[in-house]
Design a protein around this ligand. Structure first.
Ligand code: ATP
Ligand code: MG
Length: 429
């Protein structure tokens, strides 16, 4: 196929064989968030470029090199959203729903776009589910976000494969003092830093901490520690969070080098990581961003949130073979009809059954076909039962009812009794 008729590199189709697992995953998360009292918000996929520059930060990887930015027909600079927090903050401000200190516990789902090097677990269009909470400033809500993801991992059967890493970046004041100390230290060792870190030292010095370069890592061993620069407020907050995680029995490790890529974090930052997916091991990441709303022109409003990468979590479910059996079966009953008259009767009968059993997954054969070919399709559909309607059955106003998975003999069921009979055989969702 010519290249212009192929999907863009790093932007994937999610094929019919994959969507059941996606829908199971999305439904599981949505139900959980409902149960914790979070409300869904839906934002546009495109925003003014300025929004992301202002919120994410000019010198982050995302803004420097990963954004899909273009001019629209009016000459406005627009960007496909690389993440959800900026648009969410924009939306709550625009609609005034965090005004007067109103609390909001929100979640969103959808595609995000980053121009990165595509590889397993890293794509140019990928999907996130995220939460953002506004106007709750205690560690209790930080803990709730972590507790609910922990419950999710339990429901999905992947708890043993993920590990929680935690750090505190402190308030912007303590972070500022730490940054100064770090810059002073690193400047004294400038010649031993890799090129990227030398550049970051000037633009975004905290990011030097998560360098992959071994020489720079060696220098960092003696660098000042963030924990020593936390002020009382940050320290108390962090202790409060840890106490709650301990009470909830959630294991964690403190990772002093965890700084996150985005500019806007303060106090709590965390990541759920797995060693089962190779280099792309972070499946969920988040933190507190108490200064962001104000930085974007709103009244002081605290915020905390996270985003999880759906592709990586789907990969993890597949890797761990945590795929629930019920999602592999999409059809309960397959109705075969032979001849024009039987087809008409099959249509009215199936619609009547659907009236009575709205959750029944009933597939009616389309495209006619011999007994053998329809039966083959019935079997391939994964249905538990086939219904058979030919001229003989029509004359007697019955259907043949045949178990396809070896539970008993074929029997005849009167049209009128069909719905009631199916209701006894099939557990409906
Ligand atoms: P990474 O360090 O892997 O690049 P990040 O810090 O850029 O991640 P965030 O911006 O915090 O990621 O996004 C939250 C989550 O979204 C990540 O933990 C990951 O699961 C997922 N994610 C981020 N970028 C991608 C991508 N390009 N493809 C697939 N999933 C992604
Ligand atoms: Mg990234």
């Amino acid at each position: 196929m010519s290249k212009s008729l192929q999907a863009i590199r790093g932007m994937n189709d999610i094929l019919p064989e994959q969507t059941p697992l996606w829908r199971y995953f999305e439904a599981t998360v949505a139900r959980l968030l409902d149960n914790y009292g979070y409300k869904q918000i839906r934002m546009p996929i495109v925003e003014f470029t300025e929004l992301f520059k202002r919120s994410i930060g000019e010198v982050t990887d995302i803004v420097e090199k990963e954004m899909y930015t273009f001019e629209d027909r009016n000459g406005d600079s627009l960007t496909l959203r690389p993440e959800g927090t900026a648009a969410c903050v924009r939306a709550v401000l625009e609609h005034g729903i965090t005004g007067g200190g109103q609390t909001q516990k929100l979640w969103y789902i959808g595609p995000m776009f980053r121009h990165e090097r595509p590889q397993k677990g890293r794509y140019r269009q990928f999907h996130q589910i995220g939460c953002e909470v506004f106007n709750l400033d205690g560690p209790d809500i930080d803990a709730e976000l972590i507790v609910l993801t922990w419950r999710l991992w339990g429901q999905l059967g992947i708890r043993d494969a993920v590990k929680l890493e935690l750090n505190s970046l402190g308030t912007s004041e303590s972070r500022g003092r730490y940054r100064e100390a770090l810059v002073e230290f690193l400047s004294a060792h400038l010649d031993k830093l890799d090129e990227d870190s030398q550049r970051r030292l000037k633009t975004n010095p905290l990011r030097v901490l998560d360098t992959k370069n071994a020489d720079t890592q060696a220098v960092l061993v003696d660098a000042p520690k963030m924990a020593d620069y936390l002020d009382d407020e940050s320290r108390t907050h962090f202790e409060g969070l840890k106490a709650r995680l301990d009470a909830a029995g959630i294991p964690y490790v403190i990772n002093p080098k965890l700084v996150r890529g985005l500019d806007y974090y303060s106090k709590t930052v965390f990541e759920w990581v797995t060693d089962k997916l190779g280099a792309q091991g972070t499946v969920c990441a988040g933190g507190r961003y108490d200064g962001l709303v104000e930085q974007m022109g709103g009244k002081p409003t605290t915020g905390v949130g996270f985003a999880m990468g759906i592709e990586r979590l789907i990969l993890l479910l597949e890797t761990l073979e945590q795929i629930p059996e019920e999602i592999s079966r999409q059809v309960d009953v397959y109705l075969c009809a032979f001849g024009e008259a039987a087809e008409l009767a099959a249509l009215t009968l199936s619609e009547k059954v659907r009236d009575q059993l709205p959750n029944l997954r009933l597939q009616i054969n389309a495209g006619a076909g011999s007994f053998k070919s329809q039966f083959k399709k019935a079997d391939k559909s994964g249905a538990l039962y086939a219904l058979i309607l030919g001229d003989d059955e029509l004359a007697q106003q019955v259907v043949g009812f045949k178990p396809l998975r070896g539970q008993g003999e074929q029997q005849s069921i009167a049209f009128d009794a069909l719905a009631a009979h199916l209701a006894t055989c099939i557990v409906q969702g």
